[in-house]
Structures are given as C-alpha cells and as structure tokens.
Ligand binder design. Structure first.
Ligand code: FAD
Length: 381
C-alpha cells in the first residue's frame, strides 16, 4: 500500500488520517504539539466551531457524525440583543424548519478525530514532531523530533495541514508560479469560556449575540455545563476599553451585564490579565499542488476569516474532494490526483475567501450601527 505523510494533526490533518487510514494507506501524522488527549481544555484558546452541511457530510463519511452530534449542540435559533437609544431590543430569528448548525468545541472535536484515526492500525501519530521543511531536491520532509534531532522522511503523497502559519508552506515560497498572500483583519477575539451552574437566562440550542458599537459578543451553552463566550472587537476598541483587567471588568459590567453576572468579575479579570486578544488572518495561495506529490490543505492553503464560519467546513470538504478524485485516478495516478485537486480547490477556496472578506467589510460597516440587521451574518455557516 502507498504511504502518506501528513504535516499537522489538527482538524484537517486528522480527517485526512481517518480517510486514508480507512483506505489502507500507511499514514504517518507529524504533530508539533503534545497529544491533546492528555490535556485539559485550554482556557483562553478554546472556541466553538459551527459546522454546516459540508463538515457534517465529511464526519458522516468518517463514521463519527452521531458521536459529534451527541457531544455538540444543534443550534436552531438565534437571539440577537441589539442596542438602540431606548435600551436593549431583543430580536428572535429562526432557521428554516429541519435546519440546524452544529456547534462543538474545537479541542473536543480534535481529540475525537485523533482517536478515530488511531483506530486504524496503519495510522501513526508522532506527537511533539515538528515538520520544518520540504526539501525540494531530495523530495523529502524534514522533521524535528522531541529530542531536537532532525529526521528526513519520504512518502508517496505529502499533505501539508499545519495551519494558517504553515512552516512547510514557507519552504515552498521560492517555487516558481507560486503566489501567496496573507491579510490580517482589524477585528480580534477573546475567548472567555467558563464552567457554569444552571442559568435560567441562557438556554441550550440558542446562539446568543450582543451588538455594541464596534463589538459583538457571542455566547453558547454547551452540554457539559460550560458556557462558550467569544468577544469580537476592533483592536482600537480593545485598546480603549480592555487595556487592563480592571477596565475590562468595567467594560463587561457596563455593556454586557447579563454575561457579566453569569461569568463573574473574577473570571473576566483573570482572562484579561492572562491573555491578549487574538489576531485573525486570511491566507490565499495561487495553487495548492506541488511537485506531483505535495498538497497544501485546510488553513495552510486557505485560512479564512471566521465570521461566516467557513474555515473548518472548507478544510473538511478539501479532504472529501481529495478522496473523490483519488477514486477516479487510483493510487497509480498520484500526479494526476495532485494536479486535479489543485485546480479544483484553488479556485473554489479562493472564491470562498473572497466572500468572507466581502462579508467582513459589511460586518465592519454594520458594527458601527449595531441596530441594523446583519443579514448575511444571521444566515451564517
Ligand atoms: P489547525 O486547526 O490550525 O491545525 C494545524 C495543526 O498543525 C495544529 O495541530 C498545529 O499544532 C499543527 N502544526 C503547526 N505547525 C506544525 C509543524 N510545523 N509541524 C507539525 N505540526 C504543526 N471554522 C468553521 O468552519 N466554523 C466556525 O465556526 C469557525 N469559527 C472560528 C472561530 C475563530 C475565532 C477562528 C480563529 C477560526 C474559526 N474557524 C471556524 C476556522 C477553523 O478553526 C479552521 O479553519 C480550522 O481549525 C483549520 O484546521 P487545520 O487543521 O487546517 O488547521
């Protein structure tokens, strides 16, 4: 059986490992971090993903959709708290009958995918192994092992899934006809997720958001009695209002009194003293296939702004499209597989990326007027 090397064992790397593992390929995944299954959920770095049809199709193929639905929360309603001169206005929006978006904690989904991939004896995860370079001359992947030694590995196919700041992509930048661009947006985010007792004000299965000038706060109740709270704001808003833990507490008290009362002053103080707002990047590549054997996939190929929740959905779709093309080309047609995949996915994901930017421009405009309906934002995912 042919072999596939996967750089990055995040969401997209693990989905690829499941799909190639099932086909009997020899799969090795190099993941720079330690095994996430040994770690508690990382506070401040944890957020929920909204999964739509394309992600759910992929999970169905892998055979874990039922488990993910049980762990996650199907969202059928959105409640937007808008602010106007007369105070707070609440607006209820319903999705179509039978329609839902599945939200799940990203770290929990990642652990589940790794477990599924490792259930195939032909799949091996090498945690603590950092992929450092693709050596074009000798067609090998260079990997740094936990003791700091360098190893070179070769495979029939190499899938680069090491995220938005991909190290391997950097080693391809001098390849002719490879254009790459990245853009940061002006909005950053803070994760304030926290365990909660039962709160009567917030219900499971509802997506809550609060709009204030230049700010959106999103809250979701999870099955495990945690509350996911994400604050999206322009960096100038963060600088003016949340530059210290003390003024962050006051900001929540004044603008998000309900969330303030639920998550508490101590938690807000702790989070803002420990973490900084995270930047959000978008990445575009002019092609995703190289040297007839290497593919950029997921965020390494097309990191997207998160406001319409397309990043993981598109990354999961990458994996399914690759399998569909592989069915046609067979294992002996890897050159054609790489070429066809690159053609199809470069165009499609660049288009999605463009749509995310257009949505973001509209979002920034609407954030100046929090009472206006966000149209596309309400239809997101
Ligand atoms: P990652 O998840 O970043 O995984 C990359 C992996 O590679 C990591 O495990 C990393 O440790 C590892 N790695 C990095 N460098 C190396 C190296 N040199 N060698 C080996 N391993 C390496 N998407 C949605 O579809 N819906 C949403 O609702 C949504 N919400 C989002 C909200 C926010 C705030 C953000 C920031 C993103 C959101 N996204 C959403 C996007 C989604 O999180 C990403 O698209 C998705 O995580 C991409 O998966 P990936 O596997 O390509 O990259």
């Amino acid at each position: 059986m042919p072999s596939v090397l996967i750089a990055g064992g995040g969401l997209v790397g693990s989905v690829n490992a499941c799909l190639f593992g099932r086909e009997g390929w020899r799969v090795t995944v190099f993941e720079s971090r330690s095994d996430p299954r040994g770690n508690a959920l990382q506070r401040g770095r944890s957020f929920n993903l909204a999964l739509g049809f394309r992600a759910m199709e992929t999970l169905k193929h892998i055979g874990i959709l039922e488990d993910v639905i049980k762990m996650g929360v199907p969202i059928k309603q959105k409640i937007n708290h808008l602010e106007d001169e007369e105070g707070v206005l609440e607006k209820l929006l319903l999705l179509k009958e039978g329609d839902f978006i599945l939200t799940i904690n990203r770290q929990k989904l990642s652990k589940l995918l790794i477990k599924k991939a490792e259930s195939y004896s032909n799949v091996k995860f090498r945690f603590g192994h950092k992929a450092t370079k693709y050596d074009v001359e000798c067609e090998k992947l260079l990997v740094e092992s936990p003791d700091g030694s360098q190893i070179t590995v070769e495979g029939d196919l190499i899938l680069v899934c090491d995220g938005a700041h991909s190290t391997i992509r950097r080693s391809l930048l001098r390849t002719p006809q490879f254009n790459f661009s990245q853009k940061y947006c002006d909005i950053g985010y803070m994760d304030l997720s926290v365990p909660i007792e039962n709160v009567s004000e917030l219900k499971l299965g509802i997506h809550y958001s609060w709009r204030r000038k230049g700010v959106i706060l999103v809250a979701l109740v999870n099955r495990d009695r945690t509350l996911t709270v994400s604050l999206f704001a322009n960096f100038t808003v963060f600088a003016e209002n949340c530059s210290t833990p003390e003024n962050s507490v006051l900001f929540f008290q004044k603008h998000f009194s309900l969330i303030y009362s639920i998550i508490g002053e101590r938690h807000i103080f702790y989070t803002f003293s420990r973490y900084k707002p995270q930047a959000i990047i978008s990445v575009q590549c002019s092609r995703h296939g190289f040297f007839d054997k290497l593919l950029l996939m997921g965020d390494a190929a097309h990191a997207m702004l998160p406001f319409q929740g397309q990043g993981a959905n598109c990354g999961f779709e990458d994996c399914l499209v690759l399998q569909e093309i592989l069915e046609e080309t067979g294992e002996d047609g890897l050159k054609s597989l790489v070429q066809q995949y690159s053609e199809v996915r470069t165009n499609d994901t660049n288009m999605m990326n463009k749509m995310e930017w257009e949505g973001y421009v509209q979002l920034v405009e609407n954030m100046q007027n929090p009472n206006r309906s966000f149209g596309w934002f309400n239809k997101m995912k």
